[in-house]
Design a protein around this ligand. Structure first.
Ligand code: CS2
Ligand code: MG
Length: 412
C-alpha cells in the first residue's frame, strides 16, 4: 500500500485548521490534524516543504517505522511545529489502516474499554448569575462534568470567559468558536493574581451551594501562578472537591509541581502544550500529576499518545486529553478512539465546533447522556469536504495575551 498523494489543506470555517490528507494507490484516504493555534502556517509549511516529499512513494502500512523515521531523521527533535506535523502523518496512517482493515481505530488499539467517554464542557461567566446560567445550559446539553471559569472583580477581560469576550469584541461572543482572534495583532487582556486567588474560592462555594456536591467540577489556571500561589489555590479549593485543577503553573520548571503537591490534595492536570512523553516522564514517575492533558495533535499522534498513557498507567495517572475547538474534528476523533481503548481513561474535554466547521469535517461521533463515542466507521470516522474547505481561506489569527496593571507581560 503506497502513498501516492499527500495534500496539506488549510481552511478557516470558524477558525483556522491545518489538515494532512494522504491517498494510497489502493484508493484509501487518511486525514491527520496539524493545527497549531496562532502558528498554523508554520506547520503547513513544515508539512508541505519537508514531509510531503518524503511521504510520496512510501509504504502507508508502516506506521511505527514512519513515525521513527520522521522523528529521528530530521535531527531536530520535538517542539510544537515538528510534533504537530508528525502527528498529522501518524493520524492519517492510522485512518488508512482502519479503512483497509474495515475497522474503527479503537478496535485496532485493543477494542473498547468502556461505553463512552465522560466529557466536560466550559461554563463561564463574568458574574455569578451568568456563570450559573452557563452551568445550567451545559447540564441541559447533556454535560455531566463542568469546567468553571469566572470573571474577577476589577479585571476587564479574562481568556475563557465567553461574556467578557463579547464585551471585548464588540458584542460578538466569539470565545466558544474562536479563541484565537482573527486580526493583525493579539488582543491584550489584564491580570491580577492576588485578586484572582481571593475571588475564586467564593465562586466555587457558590457553585457547590447552587448545584450540589455531586457534579465533577474542573478549573483551568492557564499557567498564571507561581508555585506557591498554585499551592495556595489548590489548598483553598479543597473544600469544593475539584475533579482537577489544570495548568496551575507553566510547568516549564517541573520541580514546581513538587511544591504544589506538598501542600494540596486537589488533583492536578497538566500538559496541553507538551509535545512528547519526555515532557511528562518525570511528572508521571514522581506522581506529581493525576491527569495527562496532552492532545493527540500536539503529542506527535496516536502512536506516542498511546505509549504515554500506557506508561502513565503504571503510576495510576489517567488521561484528560486537551479538546478545545483548536483541535480539529480529525484530532478530536483520533483522541476519542485512544480514550475509548485505553484502560486509564480519566475525562475528555469537549467544546463544540461551529456549524461551518461541522460542514467542512463530516463526523460520525456521538454525544449521548454525557458520553462521547467515536462511532464505528472504519478508521477515524471523519471525512473532509474539500469543496466546503475551499470556501474558507486562511485568516491570520492570534491568541490573546496578558499584561499586569503596571504593564508587565504576564503568563496568560
Ligand atoms: C484551554 C485552551 O481548553 C483549554 O484547556 O487552555 O482553550 C487553550 O488555551 C487553547 O487551546 C490554546 O490554543
Ligand atoms: Mg487549558
Amino acid at each position: 500500500m503506497i502513498i501516492e498523494k499527500a495534500e496539506v489543506i488549510v481552511t478557516s470555517p470558524d477558525r483556522n485548521f491545518v489538515t494532512l490528507k494522504l491517498t494510497t494507490d489502493e484508493g484509501h484516504t487518511g486525514l491527520g490534524d496539524a493545527t497549531l493555534n496562532g502558528r498554523e502556517l508554520a506547520v503547513a509549511t513544515y508539512l508541505s516543504e519537508h514531509i510531503v516529499p518524503l511521504l510520496v512513494g512510501s509504504d502507508a502500512s508502516r506506521i511505527e517505522d514512519t513515525w521513527q523515521f520522521l522523528y529521528r531523521s530530521s535531527y531536530w527533535r520535538r517542539g510544537p511545529v515538528t510534533m504537530a506535523s508528525i502527528a498529522a502523518v501518524d493520524m492519517a496512517l492510522w485512518d488508512i489502516k482502519g479503512k483497509a482493515a474495515g475497522m474503527p481505530l479503537y478496535q485496532l488499539l485493543g477494542g473498547a474499554s468502556r461505553r463512552g467517554l465522560t466529557a466536560y464542557g466550559h461554563a463561564s461567566g463574568k458574574e455569578l448569575p451568568e456563570l450559573f446560567d452557563s452551568v445550567r445550559e451545559h447540564l441541559d446539553e447533556g454535560y455531566r462534568a463542568i469546567r468553571i471559569q469566572s470573571g474577577v472583580p476589577g479585571l476587564k477581560a479574562i481568556y475563557g470567559i465567553a461574556s467578557q469576550s463579547a464585551d471585548t469584541f464588540g458584542g460578538e461572543a466569539r470565545y466558544d468558536h474562536e479563541p484565537a482572534r482573527r486580526g493583525e495583532k493579539p488582543v491584550e487582556e489584564d491580570w491580577d493574581t492576588r485578586a484572582y486567588l481571593k475571588h475564586l474560592p467564593g465562586v466555587f462555594e457558590a457553585v457547590r451551594n447552587e448545584f450540589g456536591p455531586d457534579i465533577p467540577l474542573l478549573h483551568d489556571g492557564h499557567h498564571r501562578m507561581t508555585p506557591i500561589q498554585a499551592a495556595k489555590l489548590g489548598k483553598s479549593l479543597e473544600p469544593y472537591d475539584l475533579f482537577w485543577l489544570e495548568d496551575c503553573t507553566p510547568a516549564e520548571n517541573q520541580e514546581a509541581l513538587k511544591l504544589v503537591r506538598q501542600h494540596t490534595t486537589t488533583p492536578l492536570a497538566i500538559g496541553e502544550i507538551f509535545n512528547t512523553v519526555w515532557d511528562f516522564k518525570d511528572l508521571i514517575r514522581d506522581q506529581l500529576i493525576d491527569y495527562v492533558r496532552g492532545a493527540v495533535t500536539h503529542m506527535g499522534g496516536v502512536t506516542p499518545l498511546k505509549k504515554t498513557m500506557d506508561y502513565a498507567a503504571l503510576y495510576q495517572v489517567k488521561s484528560g486529553f486537551h479538546g478545545p475547538t483548536d483541535i480539529s474534528p480529525v484530532g478530536m476523533a483520533a483522541q476519542m478512539h485512544v480514550g475509548l481503548a485505553i484502560h486509564n481513561f480519566g475525562m475528555q474535554e469537549y467544546m463544540r465546533h461551529g456549524a461551518k466547521t461541522d460542514e467542512v469535517f463530516r463526523q460520525s461521533f456521538t454525544w449521548t447522556d454525557g458520553l462521547l463515542h467515536p462511532g464505528d466507521q472504519p478508521g477515524l470516522g471523519v471525512e473532509l469536504d474539500q469543496d466546503e474547505a475551499g470556501k474558507y481561506p486562511y485568516e491570520r489569527a492570534y491568541l490573546p495575551y496578558n499584561r499586569l496593571a503596571d504593564g508587565t507581560v504576564h503568563d496568560w
